[in-house]
Design a protein around this ligand. Structure first.
Ligand SMILES: Nc1ncnc2c1ncn2[C@@H]1O[C@H](COP(=O)(O)OP(=O)(O)O)[C@@H](O)[C@H]1O
Ligand SMILES: [Mg+2]
Length: 365
C-alpha cells in the first residue's frame, strides 16, 4: 500500500507518522521535567484546550519508557465526567482507566488483576489502595500522568485529589514517584463546589507544594517549520508573505495554526494542485472560512462567553476601555480567561489572536 501523504492535524493528539508535527518533546523544558521526576515531585502541566498537552504527555511517556528506568503510565480521566458527584463510580472509572493503560504499558495482566482485587475490597479509598498495590508490585518506580483532571468536578474531584495526596509520603516504593496532573487550569486554583454547596479550593485538597508548568503556543519559527514540512512533502510553496499573516491570525495557537494549514491545502480544493503557490490572499480566505465554519474549537470559545466572569473581562476589552481595564477587574477572573487562552496579559489586556477577536466580536456579547 502506498503511504498516506501527511496532513495538518485538526483532530486530537499527534501521530507523527500521519501528521506534520513539531516534536512534542521540544515544546517544554524536558530537562526540567526529568529533574522534577528525579526529585519525586508531583506537578501540574496546564494549557488552554488544543495546545498539545495530550500529545506532549504521550510523547513523554514513550520517551521515559524507552529509557527503562521507570514505568510511565498515561491515563485520561475524562470518562469520569458524566458521573459528577458520584464519588464511587468516578473512583472506579479512574482506577479502571489507570489499570487498562498500565496493562498496555507494562504488557502484563498484573494491573488488571490488581484492579479486580481492589474492586472487591472493603477499603474506602480504592484509588489510593490501587496505586499503593501497583507501585509495590512493580520492579521500577511508577510515574503517573493524569490527563483531563478538570473533567472531574465536585466531590469526585476532591476525593481523587485527596487520595493522590494521601500516599505522598509512601513514594516511590509504595506510591507513584511522580504524578503529573494535566488540565486547562492549575487544579490548585479551582474553586470546587461540593454537593453540600461548600466550596473548597483544589489547592487544599491537593495540598502538595507542586510546580506548575504551562505549555505555550508555537513560536514563529515553529509555525514556519510546520508549514515547511508540507512544502517538503508535496512541493507546494508558501509565499513568505503568508507567515506574518498566519502569525497575526493565530499567534501560534497550535490548533488554529493547523486548521489554517488544512483549510488552505486541503479544503480549498483548487489548492490541492500542488503546483499552486499559496499566497497571502488565500490564507486570508482560509481564515474567513474557518471563522465562518465554527468548528468545535471555535464553538466552545463562543460557549465560554456565556460565563459571567468571562464576559466581565472580555466586554471592556471589546469596548476599548483602554489601559484602565485591568484595574476594575478581579485578578481571579483575568487569570481564568487567560488560562482559557482567550486573553493575553499584555498592557493593556487583549484578545489572544485575530481569529478569536473576530469570532468574539461577531458573537455579540
Ligand atoms: N506537536 C505538535 N505539532 C503540531 N501540531 C500540534 C502539536 N501538538 C498539538 N498540535 C495541534 O493541537 C491539536 C490538539 O493537540 P492535543 O495534544 O490533543 O492538545 P490538548 O491535549 O492540549 O487538547 C492537534 O490536533 C494539533 O492541531
Ligand atoms: Mg488533551
Amino acid at each position: 500500500m502506498k503511504p498516506v501523504p501527511k496532513f495538518f492535524n485538526t483532530a486530537g493528539p499527534m501521530k507523527p507518522e500521519l501528521h506534520y508535527c513539531i516534536d512534542p518533546l521540544t515544546r517544554f523544558d524536558l530537562e526540567e521535567i526529568e529533574s522534577l521526576i528525579r526529585q519525586n515531585k508531583y506537578f501540574i502541566l496546564h494549557a488552554p484546550r488544543q495546545t498539545g498537552k495530550t500529545s506532549c504527555l504521550l510523547a513523554l511517556r514513550d520517551y521515559i519508557n524507552k529509557q527503562g528506568e521507570f514505568y510511565a503510565v498515561y491515563a485520561n480521566v475524562e470518562g469520569g465526567q458524566a458521573f459528577r458527584n458520584d464519588v464511587k463510580t468516578v473512583e472506579s472509572r479512574v482506577v479502571g482507566t489507570i489499570a487498562e493503560r498500565a496493562a498496555m504499558t507494562l504488557q502484563s495482566d498484573l494491573p488488571r488483576d490488581l484492579f479486580h482485587k481492589v474492586a472487591a475490597s472493603p477499603e474506602q479509598d480504592r484509588l489510593a489502595l490501587y496505586l499503593k498495590m501497583l507501585s509495590e508490585a512493580l520492579d521500577k518506580p511508577l510515574l503517573l500522568f493524569i490527563d483531563e483532571i478538570d473533567a472531574l468536578v465536585g466531590d469526585s474531584l476532591v476525593s481523587v485529589l485527596r487520595q493522590l495526596r494521601s500516599g505522598y509520603d509512601l513514594r516511590p516504593q509504595a506510591f507513584p514517584q511522580s504524578i503529573i496532573l494535566c488540565g486547562v487550569r492549575d487544579v490548585r486554583d479551582y474553586r470546587i463546589v461540593l454537593s453540600n454547596q461548600d466550596i473548597v479550593t483544589g489547592g487544599s485538597a491537593f495540598n502538595i507544594k507542586a510546580e506548575s508548568l504551562r505549555l505555550g503556543n508555537f513560536s514563529r519559527e515553529e509555525i514556519h517549520q510546520l508549514y515547511m514540512q508540507h512544502t517538503a512533502a508535496t512541493g507546494q510553496v508558501f509565499d513568505e508573505a503568508c507567515f506574518p499573516q498566519i502569525w497575526e491570525a493565530t499567534e501560534g495557537q497550535p490548533w488554529l495554526v493547523n486548521a489554517l494549514g488544512y483549510e488552505v491545502t486541503m479544503n480549498m480544493r483548487e489548492n490541492r494542485d500542488r503546483s499552486v503557490r499559496i499566497i497571502p490572499e488565500m490564507m486570508y480566505r482560509a481564515q474567513e472560512r474557518l471563522i465562518y465554519r465554527r468548528d468545535t474549537h471555535i464553538d466552545i470559545l463562543i460557549d465560554k462567553l456565556r460565563e459571567e466572569r468571562v464576559r466581565n473581562v472580555i466586554a471592556p476589552i471589546l469596548a476599548n476601555e483602554d489601559g484602565e481595564v485591568e484595574q476594575h477587574l478581579k485578578d481571579d477572573d483575568i487569570q481564568y480567561v487567560v488560562d482559557m487562552g482567550l486573553v493575553v496579559r499584555d498592557k493593556p489586556l487583549r484578545i489572544a489572536n485575530a481569529i478569536y477577536r473576530e469570532v468574539i466580536s461577531q458573537a455579540n456579547l
